[in-house]
Write a protein that binds this ligand. Structure first.
Ligand code: GAF
Length: 376
């Protein structure tokens, strides 16, 4: 008998997977209606699922004891806590949006590190939504599933995240980065294959303890929204790069000016990176990564010493470019290197971390992978 049958007493009807992501460039631009460029990782959350006919959902996670159960009708924002808030939020948002979902038994498994800034929350929501919709035989556009996942995270879990991570988990394709224009809700698949150009994309989890992540994220988002209101635009995306100096001159607060400068220059860097990738000039994207990191460190102020040391060391060891990726305050860096330099860059980061007394970092394979899918 499978562990699913052991747990729930009957076999599964199917299984679904949803991946995590790393963002190549375009950080803290999504909730400013901007541009992002993530890839999906091979690492994913897997959910094995069976229908129930009593309107209740039971969830369990490999490696955690017990089963958590709730009625779909009883769900209200925040009513289920801890990790199960995410599957509960998925059921809640489907109910609120009027999808005809029924009860389910759900068993989760993951090879996606959580708390490493690789979007395990979005992957958990996207996997659950895919499974519940799959069990209900409802065909829903992947971008709509991503929007539902964002709404669940914003309104049920209470985290004011943008739409990048959910779109990456649902809409990425193997061998490509997802160029996503949030304002236009338009996507384009940009071929991304570093080994074909003799390059490597290194992803290094700096294992920094997260420090006040949620409050800091919400504060950055609020500053951006206040700046947009002060400038009389719906979102900072409306400030063209050429008009940045004028916009900055109209803002009184120095901190707000720095936040705006990051967002407007970062959107420009995404445009430049995509143009270079389309022209087959991947090596030249490296300096844009490095400029993005400097902007996130100095203007957006969301790096921590572990991220800065990892980036500085990667560059000193010969990386073509490096930056923190994700929400900040910990998580991962990415470094673009010549293929034959990847190992020595990683070794240099490990050595620097030991010298600084930081926790040992770990690295991940960053093969651009496909978005969520049904497996069986
Ligand atoms: C987190 C959020 F969830 C995303 O929406 C995005 O804002 C990102 O931080 C920063 O680019 O991953």
């Amino acid at each position: 008998m499978s562990s699913f049958e052991d747990l729930f007493g009957k076999p599964a009807d199917g299984s679904w997977r949803a991946p995590g992501r790393v963002n190549l460039i375009g950080e803290h631009t999504d909730y400013n209606d901007g541009l992002v460029l993530p890839i999906a990782l091979p690492n994913r959350i897997l959910v094995t699922a069976a229908k129930r006919d009593d309107g209740r959902i039971a969830v369990s996670s490999a490696g955690r004891p017990g089963v958590i159960e709730f009625g779909i009708d009883e769900l209200a924002p925040g009513s289920v806590g801890d990790w199960a808030a995410y599957p509960a939020g998925a059921a809640w948002v489907l109910r609120e949006a009027g999808y005809p979902i029924g009860g389910a038994n759900l068993l989760f498994d993951s090879d996606l590190p959580s708390g490493a800034g690789l979007s395990s929350s979005a992957a958990l929501l996207c996997a659950t939504l895919s499974a519940l919709l799959g069990l209900a035989e409802a065909e829903v556009d992947p971008a709509e599933v991503a929007r539902l996942a964002q709404r669940a995270e914003n309104q049920y879990v209470g985290a004011p995240v943008g739409l990048m991570d959910q779109m990456a988990s649902m809409c990425c394709t193997a061998g490509h980065a997802l160029f996503f224009d949030i304002r236009a809700m338009a996507t384009d698949q940009i071929p991304f294959d570093p080994p074909a150009d003799g390059l490597a994309l290194l992803v290094v989890d700096v294992k920094a303890p997260h420090r006040h992540v949620d409050g800091e994220y919400a504060a950055r988002r609020k500053s951006c929204e206040q700046a947009a209101a002060e400038l009389g635009v719906p979102a900072l995306r409306s400030i063209a790069y050429a008009d940045l100096d004028d916009a900055l001159a109209r803002l009184k607060d120095e901190v707000v000016r720095k936040r705006v400068r990051h967002v407007v220059t970062e959107i420009r860097r995404v445009e430049d990176a995509v143009a270079l990738m389309r022209a087959g000039k991947l090596r030249e994207v490296g300096p844009l990564f490095t400029a993005s990191h400097a902007s996130l460190r100095d203007d957006f102020e969301i790096t921590v010493p572990e991220l800065d040391v990892a980036v500085d060391t990667a560059l000193a060891a010969g990386a073509l470019g490096a930056r923190m990726t994700g929400g900040g305050f910990g998580g991962c860096i990415i470094a673009l290197t010549e293929a034959d330099a990847a190992e020595s860059v990683l070794a240099a980061i490990e050595k620097a971390f030991a010298e600084h007394g930081f926790s040992a970092p770990s690295s991940l394979a960053a093969t651009p992978s496909a978005g969520a899918s049904r497996l069986s």
